[in-house]
Each structure stands twice: as structure tokens, then as C-alpha cells.
Design a protein around this ligand. Sequence first.
Ligand code: ZN
Length: 191
Amino acid sequence: MMLRLVPLDCPACGSAMRGEPWDTLFLCPHCGSGGILGEDGLEIIESTALLPVPGRRADLWRPAWILEADVTVAARLLADGTPTQGSGTRRRFVLPAFDLPLATFTRLAAALTAVAEATGEVPHAPVTGGVLSTEDALVFARHLVLSEEIGRPDVLGSIRVEVAPVAWRLAATPFERAGDRFRCAVTGTPL
Ligand SMILES: [Zn+2]
């Protein structure tokens, strides 16, 4: 067996990037740079942070993907075959990039995508647990659009949904302690 060891130093400032053993996404606690662990080590990616809303604290930071994408909804047919209006829009998705049960992921992604606006500087604090690849994040963004379309009041028969990425940013996302659990400090969604 061959084991390849990758130095986890920030490509921008040289500080050590700390993570959990399976982490593939990193935010530098020194300079705020984002990094994706690829074949050739850490690749820099644009980074930012979501800010806690007034009255909430940041007790814990976890990474999320902010994806700008062109979303096309086409060939939207009702169950009885009636064609309906599709759409083409530029949208922003916020997708948790750490490990969560699917139901929690879906609730948090929908809540963050609906409200998260304010972005700021990456905190000088550990932001660990990042494991979600952009490929998988894209699958979830498409799933979010599909859920919205299925949730509309008409009875959908079939549909085509395309999500074409325009830009990716890795965002530190704040959570606050609530009893023995955590909840999102932006949306209030419990983990
Ligand atoms: Zn750095």
C-alpha cells in the first residue's frame, strides 16, 4: 500500500491548515484563503463568511458552498400532459459542505439559500468538517430546484432541470449552541 502525504499548509500564507482526518475543504484561520484538496495538494478557491444575524452568536464554524448558477427549468409538463411555463434564472445556492443527515441538509440548504445575504471576512477560528465536492454540491442544488418545482401547487408530471455553475465560493458558516445541540446562527435551523 502506498500512502501519499500532502502538506496542509495554506498556499497563500504558509500557515498550517487544520482539519479533521477526512476533510477535503479548508479555510485558513490566518489569512482566510479557501482550499480544496486535489490530486496535487491544496488548490486555492475564493472564500467568504456568512455572518450571524443580530442576537445570534458564532460558537462553531462549518464550511458551506456558495454557488452562483444558471438554472434552467424546461419541458415542464403536468401529470395530465399540459405544458407549463419553464424558466431561466441566475440563482445563488448556499449548500452545507459538512456531513449532515440528508433531511437536515435539505432543511438547512433551503433556509440558507432563501435568506443568506450578508457576507464578511473569514473568521480567525477553525472551520472544519468540509467534505462535500463541487460535483456533489451541484447534485444537491439540482435536488433543491426539483423539490421547489414539485412543491408548487400544480401536479407535476415531468420536468427537465439544469444547473450550470458560474462561480463557487467556500463560506465559513456560523452555528450557535442551543442546549446540547447547535443551530444555524443565520437561519435558526437546528442541526
Ligand atoms: Zn493562509
